[in-house]
Design a protein around this ligand. Structure first.
Ligand code: GAR
Length: 186
């Protein structure tokens, strides 16, 4: 049977995008990057892997519904079955959620439900927790809510700095996300 097509949504550096591209046999083909930040470095990473990219600026549209309708068109054109959010820093709206119900997955750098939203690593570090981690979950209409698929813990050591914690969390993300993608798409 031929592999399903998947799209990655990202807004930033794209280290998770790169980890997914480097992961080898994923049981789906990553055939599209969608990016909402015209200057994001993930765009150059997509060029490196020859992944077609659709870059849009939300400010060019009247509403979330309007740009998500365009995104759904692009996704259908590319015959996309799965969407993987990898540092996509926008709330997914009803147009996209209805078109891809149960097939949009997100990675978040904390043990949800703790520390949702932006700067989760920073939030956990400054809260002084001894254990934090990474969550992969299905998307619903909330901010970093939705059914959890997998979680992995990361210990915060005595002499931990924010930078060293970020490094540890990203390392876990880069192993966990490709593994979860491989499992759920099968
Ligand atoms: C990752 O740590 C990801 O978990 C986080 O953004 C970062 C993107 O890094 N996502 C969220 O905080 C979602 N709420 P990357 O661009 O290097 O992959």
């Amino acid at each position: 049977m031929s592999k399903r097509n998947a799209a990655i949504f990202a807004s930033g550096t794209g280290s998770n995008f790169e980890a997914i591209m480097e992961a080898g046999d994923l049981s789906c083909d990553i055939v599209l990057l969608i990016c909402d930040k015209p200057k994001a470095t993930v765009i150059q990473k997509a060029e490196k892997y020859q992944v077609p990219t659709f870059v849009f600026n939300p400010k060019d549209y009247g509403s979330k519904e309007e740009y998500e309708k365009v995104l759904v068109e692009k996704l259908k054109e590319a015959n996309i079955s799965w969407i993987f959010l990898a540092g996509y820093m926008r709330i997914v709206g009803s147009v996209l959620l209805q078109a891809y119900e149960g097939r949009i997955v997100n990675i978040h750098p904390s043990l949800l439900p703790d520390f949702p939203g932006k700067d989760a690593i920073d939030q956990a570090y400054h809260a002084g927790v001894k254990t934090t981690g990474v969550t992969v979950h299905y998307i619903d209409s909330g901010i970093d809510t939705g059914p959890i698929i997998a979680q992995e813990k990361v210990e915060v050591e005595e002499n931990e700095t924010l930078e060293s914690l970020e490094e540890k969390i990203h390392h876990v993300e880069h192993q966990l996300y490709p593994r979860v993608i491989r499992e759920i798409v099968k």
